[in-house]
Design a protein around this ligand. Sequence first.
Ligand code: GDP
Length: 531
Amino acid sequence: MTDITDIGAEIARRRTFAIISHPDAGKTTLTEKLLLFSGAIQMAGAVKARGEQRRARSDWLKVERERGISVSASVMSFEYGDCAFNLLDTPGHEDFSEDTYRTLTAVDSAIMVIDAAKGIEEQTRKLFEVCRLRDVPIITFVNKMDREARDPLELIDEIEQTLALDVAPVSWPIGMGRTFRGCYDLVDDRMVLMDRGDRSSINDVSFAVSGLDDPTIGDHLPRDQWDELKDQVAMVRELCPAFDLNAYREGHLTPVFFGSALNNFGVRELLEGVARLAPPPRTQPATPRDVEPTEDKVSGFVFKIQANMDLKHRDRIAFVRLCSGHFKRGMRLLPVGSAKAVNVSAPVMFMAQDREIADEAVAGDIIGIPNHGTLRIGDSLTEGEEIRFTGIPSFAPEMLRRIRPDDPMKAKHLGRALEQLAEEGVAAVLKPRISTYFVVGVVGALQFEVLADRIRTEYGIPVMYETVEAYAARWVSGDPAEMKRFSDTNSSALADDHTGRPVFLARNAWHLTRTAEDWPKLKFDKVKNQV
Ligand code: GDP
């Protein structure tokens, strides 16, 4: 990276975003194509090149080999036009976990990828809810238009209804499946037609038209498709709100693009859409004051910790989202609340391009800080000022199990191991008030295995899980006298998390609704804020 001189301009061109989607909607394919269009990778196929891991290639493979830590897929930085993009990975398949949610607290915007045949699916909805907590602006990409898809108007209606979001199509698909020809650009009146040739190169035909009656359209589309397009566009223009930048940036409206990532179609428009519409790094909420990205002093927060895959080393990488200042390699940063600053002599940065190791960064960028467990999720890092970022909540686990050591004598050790792993954010660890065993909670089933594996290999304690009659966990809070009454009558359904906050364990949906109704003065939260 060239030396940064104009910090304000550097920050203004940053676009830090994530892709939210349900497995198989096309996130990996789209990621690969975004890198391809930006020139960060030369050839399509690179994201899948590492086989099962489905990870994008990057310079950081070297870092990974040296440290044994898989970092390259976590953040991909690339340039396109005048913008510098940081794409944060949101693991969605077996590795779906609380990390996926927390990553969304470190972005300024998101792309929501929807499979055109399926519409809004469960994981998309969950991730969307996390975005909504911070009003993260969302651009929608309806993918797989080259296959039989649902009626686009019906899809738009579904997004609007299920997510309670205004929807403004910025392009409109022409046909679908085998008759899919491309899109009509509703904002600039352009035809963008798909070239079904070679998928590894970027070819599409795009030309401006004076409107939908422009006779040149007839050279490219059969009459019936042209007529259909005219009808649909007229309907869309009548039914859907026009795109409004403010409404989008406030998180109330989503612009929608249609395309086919596999066929490279619509990807350039999407990337240009992110460059043009998506916000640069935002003001970050913090106490005692908010932090502006353009402030001189460096600050950031840890949103993810990745452990060394080689378990003999206790190395960790803490992923830090920079919120302000001009970071340079070798700086000392203080985890707020701790007496000891960390010397960031070997930060990991994430360029997908073939470049020198970057050693400076600004607000919006992500740096990885190697450490031995000193940094924890949610930590705020500053040059000394006591500022705590408030945007990194904990999310209630969605699957719960009782955990016990194979050897009952190891119960105490297990407690300590669980506490450490809870601090690292591997799982939620709950201590029921009336049981001697811990309950652990996760948001993706594989996390149970990861947890058991780490407890066995890192702490030498084989463990087993048992089912527990708990449908949902909610942090419960309220007036102390009311809380006491609640604890006295509900102790069998209460637990404490690793920070000592009380958690209500509902047996089923009815128990949850009923209890919340019976105790209207108490709050039952799915999300716990840091401060
Ligand atoms: P992810 O699970 O969201 O990362 O989805 P992938 O990118 O791995 O895609 C899932 C499957 O859908 C793969 O077989 C892709 O080749 C396929 N796919 C992705 N995009 C498209 C598309 O635009 N059209 C078609 N027909 N298939 C696609």
